[in-house]
Design a protein around this ligand. Structure first.
Ligand code: CA
Length: 232
């Protein structure tokens, strides 16, 4: 099925040029010529990818990006002006998948679109289930099973386990975990993380006789692929 692409760009000549090229490549295309209507279309339509200009009337592209990201994980490629380094940095920080600097060669834009669409597809196929050491976490159903047996977790325990599992083999600082699981309101109260880790160990490690969550003294915690060497 042809991918559906939304172009949010106020310069009508550029928008029209991209539109014709994309249609030629077999994509379905919609256009918006200011930030506000672009945001509206992005939120209410069903698009596979968005090309988003940064300098837009009514609502600038970075703000549009932020608002889309609050609700949708659709791939977004920013169209930035030459030398607008800050736009690129804040764009990627705000969740853009890629950016391309104007003026660009259409072949390069098409190549980046293909990459972003492909990444989305593989992401969709693999992002639902994460399995490590027999512990299987289902992101969609918010469920955890160990060797097929269901484990009842609270939301925060689930979020903590999820954060550790998607970052497997990376030692995560307690501050970072706290921020992911509890949010800014609990800044500094890292011992809360130790408490949730204890709950998780009781429910998973102890019950099933595995060593899933490892402590890295003075730093934080890590879940490793294999129950191997520890830094304790
Ligand atoms: Ca513009």
């Amino acid at each position: 099925m042809a991918a559906n692409i939304l172009i949010i760009e106020d310069e009508s000549k550029i928008a029209r040029f991209i539109e014709l090229e994309l249609i030629h490549e077999g994509y379905t295309v919609s256009k918006a010529s200011d930030g506000r209507s672009g945001l509206y279309q992005a939120m209410n339509g069903s698009f596979d990818l968005i090309l988003l200009d940064v300098m837009l009337p009514q609502l600038n592209g970075l703000e549009v990006l932020r608002r889309i990201r609050m609700e949708k994980q659709i791939p977004i490629i920013l169209l930035t002006a030459r030398d607008a380094v800050m736009d690129k940095v804040s764009g990627l920080d705000a969740g853009a998948d890629d950016y391309i600097t104007k003026p660009f060669a259409i072949e390069e834009l098409l190549a980046r679109i293909r990459v972003a669409l492909k990444k989305r597809q593989t992401g969709m196929q693999t992002s639902h289930l994460i399995t490590i050491q027999g512990v299987c976490l289902d992101e969609d159903r918010h469920e955890v099973t160990v060797h097929g047996q269901e484990v009842e977790l609270t939301n925060r325990e689930f979020e903590l386990l999820h954060t550790l599992m998607i970052n497997k083999n990376i030692v995560l600082h307690r501050e970072k975990l706290l921020n992911e699981v509890c949010g800014y309101d609990y800044l500094g109260e890292t011992n809360m993380i130790d408490v949730y880790i204890r709950y998780l160990r009781t429910k998973i490690d102890d019950r099933f006789g595995i060593r899933l969550i490892q402590t890295v003294r003075g730093v934080g915690y890590v879940i490793k692929d294999k129950d191997g060497e520890t830094n304790e």
